[in-house]
Design a protein around this ligand. Structure first.
Ligand code: SAM
Length: 235
């Protein structure tokens, strides 16, 4: 890319984010909603140099710029946000939909650690991205300019109602069994299901859903008030 060309750009990922989310269904609709969703980013050469992250450890939160690689190339001028029940259309530039003309995303996440022992490895909490998402950039979050508590936020004002999450005996036992491998698994399941990831128009208590976390398919049902975790099946 030449600095003088304003019409076309090529970007190289600085790394690919590892997350617990094996596919898109179940991923929270925004970052920080699932605090136990951990993301790990190993920087790729030539960006994997300790000096490239010097000073970043002093920031608690960072912006990740990334590519919505699973929806790239698919967009329309209007979308139907789940927050509006999935049947009202608004402009693509008035929402955070992954279906965009340029498939760029922006997530504010908590920076948990930086290791420079072998290359550069950063760990984040509260990620809302599918495993393998290409990351283009990291920038520190600066609250005194970026936090706007009085901002208007259109159709996304207020927090949506949360579901109560109830585990079957079997699911509890399975969480225990996976405790060593995935210490935050149970808390992550609660984080994810309390957000009610069902499609907006689906309200069928008999329907069994599967959310894929790590190497597990978490099977659950929902009566509109509670999410009932039935079992955790190996993928
Ligand atoms: N915080 C980001 C933003 O505002 O740009 C993402 C918001 S977007 C509404 C979050 C959703 O994007 C997730 O719930 C998931 O369904 C989807 N998603 C996550 N990673 C993706 C990827 N790599 N490609 C396509 N869609 C993705």
């Amino acid at each position: 890319m030449t600095a003088a060309d304003p019409t076309g750009f090529t970007f190289q990922p600085i790394g690919y984010l590892q997350t617990p989310f094996a596919d898109k269904f179940g991923i929270p609709r925004q970052p920080t909603l699932a605090p136990h969703a951990t993301g790990v980013l190993k920087l790729l050469p030539p960006y994997d140099r300790a000096e490239a992250v010097r000073g970043l450890e002093a920031f608690s939160h960072v912006w990740l710029t990334f590519v919505f690689h699973q929806t790239a190339g698919q967009w329309s001028p209007t979308v139907r946000p789940p927050r509006l029940g999935g049947n009202q259309r608004i402009g693509v530039f008035a929402c955070r939909s992954p279906f965009r003309p340029n498939p760029l995303g922006l997530s504010l996440v908590q920076l948990r650690s930086i290791s420079t022992d072998e290359g550069v490895v950063l760990t984040f909490s509260g990620v809302d991205l599918v495993d393998g998402t290409p990351i283009l950039d990291i920038k520190p979050y600066i609250p005194y300019v970026e936090s706007q508590p009085d901002a208007r936020s259109g159709f996304v004002s207020g927090e949506p109602a949360r579901l109560q999450v109830v585990f079957s005996e079997l699911a509890e036992q399975q969480c225990q069994r996976y405790q060593t491998r995935y210490p935050e698994l149970r808390a992550l399941i609660v984080d994810v299901l309390t957000q009610d990831p069902r499609p907006a128009y689906a309200d069928d208590p008999a329907r069994r859903y599967g959310v894929r976390l790590y190497t597990l398919d978490v099977k659950w049902r929902c009566d509109g008030q509670s999410a009932f975790v039935e079992s955790l099946d190996s993928l």
